[in-house]
Write a protein that binds this ligand. Sequence first.
Ligand SMILES: Cc1ncc(COP(=O)(O)O)c(C=O)c1O
Length: 352
Amino acid sequence: MYPKIHIHLKKYQENIDVISQLFSKSNVGLLAVTKVFMADQMLVDVINQSHVDMIGDSRLKNLKTIQTSKQKVLLRIPQVSEISDVVKYTDISLQSELEVIDLINHEAIKVNKKHQIILMFDLGDLREGVFYKDDYLKIIHEILKMEAIELIGVGTNLTCYGGVIPTSETYEKLELIIETIEKEFHLNLKIISGGNSSSIPLLSSGKLPPYINQLRIGEALVLGRETAYGNPILGMHDDVFTLEASIIELKKKPSMPEGILGRDAFGNPVKFFDQGEILRAILAVGRQDIHPDHLIPPKGVEILGASSDHLIVQIIGLNLEVGDTIEFKLTYGGILSLMTSPYVEKHYVKSL
Ligand SMILES: Cc1ncc(COP(=O)(O)O)c(C=O)c1O
C-alpha cells in the first residue's frame, strides 16, 4: 500500500557510526534524538546496537514505550501534568523551572527514587533555559537542597528559535556559568550538554570548547548534515527516509485554471504561470500526510501543489503510467509529519 515511507536501517546505522567516530575523537558523548521518527523501535534497536550513550526524546509518550538499556533523557521541559511520568519513565530530564524541579523532587521522594537533571541555560537563542544573565546561583542553591534531585550537569540549546549559530564567543557564556557554579558550590558538573546538530561544524573544525562533553543529535543522524549552515557531512546518507507515492491520474492539461480564480482548498490565494499544456500526475498523498514543501522530488518531477489528499506534479521527460510510483527525498519536517501520519505505511529496508 502507498504512500509508503522507506526506512533505511543500515543507512541510519552508518550515519550513527560516522558521528560516533567524529565525537569519540573529541571525547564528546552522543545523545541520539528519536522524536523525528516517533521513537520507532526498529530505529531505536539500531541505536541500541551502537556506541550512542543516551537516547533523548521530547515526548514522554515516546520515552514510555522505547525499549532500551541506554539512559533515557526527556528533552522538553516537562508540563506540570507530566511530573509523575517524568520520574517513572525517564532517567534524566532537561529542566529550566525551579517550581517544576521541586515538584519532581517531591514525586521522586514519594516513589523512593532519585531523578537526575541537566539545568538548561539560554545563551541568547531564546528558547528554553535560565537566561544566562539571570541569578542562576540562587536556583542552583535551591536545587542542591533537594534530596531526590541530582544535578548532573548543565546544557544549552542553540539554532532552534533564534537561529543563533554556536561559536566560541557564544560558548564563553556557558564556560563562565560552569566555572561560577563549580567554584561557588565546590562541585563537578559531569555533563555539559552543549547543543544539537548545529554544533557539529565547530566540533569538526576542532573549535568546540573542550569542556563540552555531550551533543544531542537528531537531524544530522537522519539527514547526514549539520544544521548551522545546512552542509552535508562526508560519508553520511541524506536518504535514511524516503517517500514512495503512487500515481492515480496522469493527463495532459493546461497549466492555467479556467474561470474566475479565488482561493485554493486551504484558503490561500492562487498564482499560476501559463506554460501551455503540461503533463501532470496526481499522486495519492496530501497535506494530511506531508506539506509539499517538505518533499524533494527526483529529476523530471516538479511539484505544482497539494490539497489534503492529492499531490499534483509536473512530469518532464519521464515515461510513467497510472499505477507507477515516484520516490521523494525528504526534509526534516517531512520525516516528522510522515512518521506521525497513520495513513503512511512504514517499510523497513535492512540492506544499503
Ligand atoms: C533540547 C533539544 N536538543 C537537541 C535536539 C536535536 O536537535 P537536532 O535535530 O538539530 O540535532 C532537539 C530537537 O529535536 C531538542 O529539542
